[in-house]
Every structure is written in C-alpha cells, then in structure tokens.
Write a protein that binds this ligand. Sequence first.
Ligand code: FES
Length: 170
Amino acid sequence: MTTDINKANISRRSLLQIAGWGSLLATFGIAIGSGLRFLYPRVLFEKPSTFKIGAPDDFKINGDSDYQVYEIWKAEQSVWIVREKNRMYALYAKCTHLGCTPNYFADDKVFKCPCHGSQFRGNGINFTGPAPRPLDRFNISISKEGIIAVDKSRVYTFKEFDKRGAYVEV
Ligand code: FES
C-alpha cells in the first residue's frame, strides 16, 4: 500500500518536473526567437522609384505619325513612354478622374478609361469624359551617356508640362 502511494507521488513529481522543464525551454525559445527577430528588423523592400529605359534611338516613330506610344513599362511600372520627334515624356498610367488604369488603342492613338469613359489622346491630353485634366507625367531625364531614366517620385500635372523634367529633349 505504501509502495503504491510512493509510486504515485514519484510519477506525479516526474510529470511536474517535465512540465517545469518544458515551460522553461519554451520561455528560452521565445526569448531567443525575439532576440533573433530584433537582429533582423522588418524592412519593407520597395521598388526603386527610378528606372532606366534606354537610349533615344531605342524609340522610333513608326510611319508618318507625330509620336509613338510605348507600353513596355505599363504593367510593371504604370508608365507609358511617348516619343515625339524631338522630345520624350513618361505618362502616368492612371486616369485623372478616379484613378483607374486606361488602355491604349494604338490604331486610334487614344487612351480609353474603362471605368467612366474618359479618353485621352496619345500625348495624354483629355478630350472626353469626366477626367478633369490630362494624364500626369513622371520625371524623365537623360544622362551624359545618353541613357534615359524615369523617376516616379516626381509627378508633373499639366500646368508643369513645360518644366524641365516633365519631358526630355532628344
Ligand atoms: S476613373 Fe477614368 S473615367 Fe473615371
């Protein structure tokens, strides 16, 4: 009888010891995990605001048109590049009404917004629908080496289209 009671006490004591060690290990684990997390702070990696698009000669005007719209960077950067004979600029692919993404119809040379029907000419100027102003532009520049870069951190509205940076001479 006494032996049974002793065995029960021992197994209860063992269980308590296991639970105690488990708790201690869990506490150490959490402390170490927190320490490691502190060493590697959370950082949000954003795409750089500036990207290179190439040299002016990479952008040709097809046929006898006054300009050519390039859609290469629309999906990734929300940018259309427009090449005119002597200048280039970068249109922001965002409707100036409520921010939908227009589509470019090359045959008509028109951007059409699918949300409320605004339309913009190939140079970004609005001509029908509720959009209150032309498509905005991003900063564009050309390096000494002749490489063109677009900087999306600087946006120009139509009142600034004549400013250096809203276009680049080529
Ligand atoms: S968001 Fe483009 S017309 Fe309304």
